[in-house]
Design a protein around this ligand. Structure first.
Ligand SMILES: Nc1ncnc2c1ncn2[C@@H]1O[C@H](COP(=O)(O)OP(=O)(O)OP(=O)(O)O)[C@@H](O)[C@H]1O
Length: 433
């Protein structure tokens, strides 16, 4: 069932033709407060210092955070609230969705650095809500009525995890007796990689989606390690397919479609990713199954790193032969192909601990994020191409009409007979248009 636009939040943008084009991945970093364990170990020893809202210093010296390297990003969050992070990261995702552009946000960082806090946060506490709840609420409460071309929209959710390189549906029915079956990743000729057989649920509002997320999160593989009492052992990918039906044309038989109205779907995908954290087994103290998970987490993050390196290299490469991007080396990179280097506008949130105890891991996340800054994507409005052409022609007609009107006004102002003839002619032409 399609949702009718709900109470207003902000008006959706109307024109989207000019929105397609090349974009760099936006990279922001979020530094969490020291954990209790880090404070107990040594409250004063930090490896990071914020220099400005866009830059920070990573101290290579054990004692001195003022020495070391400066990193610059689109945004450095230090003590900002969930709301402030959403204002800078989530609002553009909703705006892009209305424009028919795909968007992705993915959180990357070592275990315990704040990825789940940033992406999901607390589902039962308004202030503590992370990006997923805030983006979803905003999507449903945008004042679509402000754009009279939009008649309805619907949201369809899929939610799955990649655990030990297997893709598991988090919305599928679970049966305690049998393990959850792994799904296959397939390639759609126009839409790109997708998870075959994943449950797709249409949601009518945030309450519906929250219920699905709670269920999915209960099914997600989480375990306690020395580094994080509730450590995500899998990569979780929530995908919201947002379809707006727009009406073009006029009901008086005129309009840009040469008679009658036409309903057109504009679809955008919002991909929200909470990656599992990179970790060192000696620090997390994991053994047995957890150690196998740890190996797989690190392997897929390594594959992600290789993709990021290749994409960054392809931007700066002067060679005529194109750089090979190893998307297919892991399920994670294959599924994130569009978000990483394809049809999407993407934001990477690199989460960091400021503690000197995590110096090495924090440095490695910063280097990862630094490379990601170079990646380019190409977002295009996902709409029937004929509609785009018609809209372009319509804009040209509007420009011609305006030029004729201006000419008519000038001619009638001058009072000349040729001007009157000209304005009569212009009126006729305008009528024809
Ligand atoms: N910005 C923050 N402000 C306050 N607390 C935070 C912040 N970021 C993280 N935390 C707290 O730190 C702990 C670890 O965070 P979280 O579980 O989000 O880490 P993670 O990166 O998802 O870890 P893992 O990879 O092991 O799943 C949690 O108790 C969380 O509430």
């Amino acid at each position: 069932m399609a949702s009718t636009p709900a109470s207003p939040a902000s008006a959706p943008p109307v024109s989207a033709d000019e929105e397609s084009g090349a974009d760099k991945i936006r990279v922001v970093v979020r530094v969490r407060p020291l954990s209790q364990a880090e404070q107990q170990a040594d409250a004063s020893a930090l490896c990071l210092k914020r220099l400005s809202p866009q830059s920070l210093k990573y101290g290579t010296d054990e004692e001195n955070a003022d020495s070391g390297m400066t990193f610059t990003f689109d945004q450095v969050f230090w003590s900002e609230s969930q709301q402030q992070v959403c204002d800078k990261v989530g609002v553009s995702v909703v705006r892009n969705a209305w424009k028919g552009l795909n968007s992705s946000v993915f959180a990357y960082g070592q275990t315990g650095s704040g990825k789940t806090h940033t992406m999901t946060g607390q589902l039962d506490d308004l202030q503590g809500e992370g990006l997923i709840p805030r983006i979803s609420r905003s999507l449903f409460s945008t004042d679509a009525a402000a754009d009279e071309a939009i008649t309805s929209f619907k949201v369809v959710a899929t939610y799955y995890e990649i655990y030990n390189e297997r893709v598991i549906d988090l919305l599928g029915e679970t049966d305690a007796a049998s393990p959850r079956a792994a799904l296959r990743v397939r390639e759609h000729p126009t839409r790109g990689p997708f998870v075959e057989g994943a449950v797709m649920r249409e949601v009518g509002g945030w309450a519906d989606l929250a219920q699905l997320l709670r269920r999915g999160n209960r099914a997600r593989t989480v375990a306690s390690t020395k580094m994080n009492a509730a450590s995500s052992r899998s990569h979780a990918i929530l995908q919201l397919s947002f379809v707006q039906t727009r009406i073009y044309g006029a009901d008086d038989g005129g309009g840009e479609f040469g008679g009658g109205m036409r309903a057109v779907d504009r679809e955008s995908k919002i991909t929200l990713v909470d990656l599992a954290g990179s970790e060192r087994a000696d620090k997390t103290g994991v053994t047995g199954d957890r150690l196998v998970e740890s190996g797989n987490i690190n392997k897929s993050l390594l594959a992600l790193g290789s993709v990021i390196n290749a994409l960054a290299e392809s931007v700066t490469s002067t060679s005529t032969s194109s750089v090979f991007v190893p998307y297919r080396n892991s399920a994670l990179t294959w599924l994130l192909r569009e978000s990483l280097g394809g049809n999407a506008r993407s934001v990477m949130v690199a989460t960091l601990s400021p503690s000197a105890l995590q110096r090495e891991e924090t440095g490695s996340t910063l280097r990862y994020a630094e490379r990601a800054k170079r990646i380019k994507t190409h977002a295009t409005v996902n709409e029937d191409p004929n509609v785009a052409i018609i809209r372009q022609l319509r804009a040209e007609i509007e420009a011609l009409k305006a030029a004729l009107r201006e000419h008519m006004e000038k001619s009638s102002g001058s009072g000349s007979s040729s001007g009157l003839a000209g304005s009569r002619c212009a009126r006729e032409v305008t009528g024809m248009l």
